[in-house]
Design a protein around this ligand. Structure first.
Ligand code: ADP
Ligand code: MN
Ligand code: MN
Ligand code: MN
Length: 339
């Protein structure tokens, strides 16, 4: 007897990596083990030394094939066992370990846009739909495009055991969001990559494509982000720690260090319009959707909770954004004794 293991990995495409996958038939009772692939076809190796290694990192039930079949998210290694330079998970793991005592958790809001050929789903041929205003969390065939896919994706994420916490229709037609978390940095990142794969794979069945392009339509249309909600043990207990984390993200070179790693094309999206702050000006505020970092109103009321970094693009690598936020905020919290 056999089961199927879908090995999924993140490739070396620049500036934004793509997901790849292939199937392995595994004997019942055996675990999905180390495997390999042709790195010269994924921008991860040269043709004369093309072998790269797939090391299973996160395994969950395969909600598409069902039964005993599994999805296997992998790290990419070189043949000597060292992490490949595209392997950002390997950089997050030691940072996550170093600050484990803070119990950092993340909830990431993944926005994305469906495309039908060259048009966003719901855009009329050769023109534009009615201006933004009615689509966000809307209902009805004149406002909502792709709900069947969204519902199927949600169901599959839940069957896979992912910590999806919600979905909503977004401000532009054909644009949607799902949230993963709150869970730890490695967990949220692994789960977000698998949820992205399930999204592409589900939309494929409907002949629709998905893009994480941060500004899929130029002009007066909202971009697509990946708001990153974050808290530590002390932030969940004190407002001083909330403020310290917001201040830490604004210190010295931190705003730029973060923003340049928050996804390709960030200056196209963080313009200061469409519920964003300009990419080169750091700010934070309560309830402020025009700030870089928002403190939700109930966090101010309760004097504790979490913060929302609104800057990451939809195409951000979650292994990178969680590493940067944990490193910056937890280092500062330790310096102020707020651990
Ligand atoms: P928005 O109002 O910005 O659209 P959402 O409801 O879409 O907010 O997303 C909020 C996210 O914050 C969810 O993923 C949720 O799980 C996460 N979250 C809630 N509490 C915490 C917390 N204490 N730490 C980190 N993330 C949290
Ligand atoms: Mn949201
Ligand atoms: Mn949103
Ligand atoms: Mn948000």
């Amino acid at each position: 007897m056999n089961y199927l293991a879908e090995y999924i990995w993140i490739d070396g495409t620049s500036p934004t990596a793509k997901l790849r996958s292939k199937t392995k038939v595994v004997s019942t009772g055996a675990e999905p083990t180390t495997w390999g692939f042709d790195g010269s076809s994924t921008n991860q190796a040269a043709g004369h030394a093309s072998d790269r290694v797939l090391e299973p990192a996160f395994i969950c039930p395969d909600p598409i094939r069902g039964g005993d079949n599994v999805l296997v998210l992998c790290e990419v290694l070189n043949t000597d066992g060292t992490p490949h330079h595209s392997n950002t998970r390997a950089e997050l793991a030691p940072v996550s370990d170093r600050f484990a005592a803070h119990a950092p958790v993340f909830g990431i809001e993944q926005e994305y846009t469906f495309f039908d050929g060259t048009r966003p789903l719901g855009f009329p041929v050769g023109g534009f739909p009615a201006a933004q205003g009615g689509y966000y969390c809307g209902v009805g065939a004149d406002e909502i495009f792709g709900r069947q896919i969204v519902e199927k994706h949600l169901e599959r994420c839940l069957t896979a055991g992912l910590s999806i916490s919600g979905i909503n229709a977004e401000v532009m037609p054909g644009q949607w969001e799902f949230q993963v978390g709150p869970v730890g940095p490695l967990e949220v990142s692994d789960q977000l990559w698998v949820a992205r794969w399930l999204l592409y794979r589900t939309a494929e069945e409907y002949g629709v494509t998905v893009t994480l392009d941060p500004k899929p339509v130029k002009g007066d249309w909202n971009g697509a982000g990946a708001h990153t909600n974050f808290s530590t043990n002390t932030m969940r207990q004190s407002y001083a720690a909330i403020v310290a984390a917001c201040e830490a993200l604004g210190e010295g070179s931190k705003p730029l260090d973060h923003v340049k790693n928050y996804g390709a094309g960030i200056d196209d999206r963080l313009t200061g319009l469409h519920e964003t702050a300009p990419w080169n000006e750091y700010s934070y505020g309560v309830s402020d959707r025009g700030a870089s970092v928002r403190i939700p109103w109930q966090v101010q009321r309760d004097g504790k909770g979490y913060i929302e970094d609104r800057r990451p693009n939809a195409n951000v690598d979650p292994y990178v954004v969680t590493r940067l936020i944990v490193d910056t905020c937890c280092t500062a919290l330790e310096e102020t004794g707020l651990i």
